[in-house]
Design a protein around this ligand. Sequence first.
Ligand SMILES: O=P(O)(O)OC[C@H]1O[C@H](O)[C@H](O)[C@@H](O)[C@@H]1O
Ligand SMILES: [Fe+2]
Length: 187
Amino acid sequence: MSIIHEPALFDAAAGRLKGEGVSRSTRTIRELPGVFAAEEERASLDPTLPVYEVEMHDRCGEVEGGLYFGVSHVHPGKVGNEFFMTKGHFHQKRDRGEYYWGIEGNGLLLLMDEARHSWAERVFPGSLHYIAGHVAHRLINTGDVKMIVGACWPSDAGHDYEAILNEGFSVRVVEQDGSPVLLEARS
Ligand SMILES: O=P(O)(O)OC[C@H]1O[C@H](O)[C@H](O)[C@@H](O)[C@@H]1O
Ligand SMILES: [Fe+2]
């Protein structure tokens, strides 16, 4: 009997996970109502258009002390003048933190605390981001190639999308004169 087990694989160049415990999901434009300011334009786009994909390695389930490892692939694109982005979330268990790191492409990690104070960090291959507990996080692809970002977080953290869906982030990232700018959100 062998005691050497085959590990799962993280293909760093492609940003792809493979092997036991790996799952994959795609978020299409249809699944993102209320995320972009130009809601009418979003609703008029091909509903099957992929905005981002998430790969996840789960070997422990949602247990205290467990960890998940994930990779997000955010496609380049815009809805109106607003860049493609993830839904964004607080953790259900608010005190849980997370690490993100840039693998490919360029963009921003938008962060917002519970007092709705927002700021952003530039994401690029090799960038490393510590997301403290109580801080909502959203990835935004401001470039014209796919943005790939790795993540590791406590498996009991959970996702609270509700707060962001109801009130949004206090900042939106839009293209103005060919460059990404942060604007105070109206809703
Ligand atoms: O969950 P979203 O806000 O849509 O972001 C997409 C995904 O991004 C990262 O990979 C996180 O680690 C995942 O937990 C998250 O699900
Ligand atoms: Fe998270």
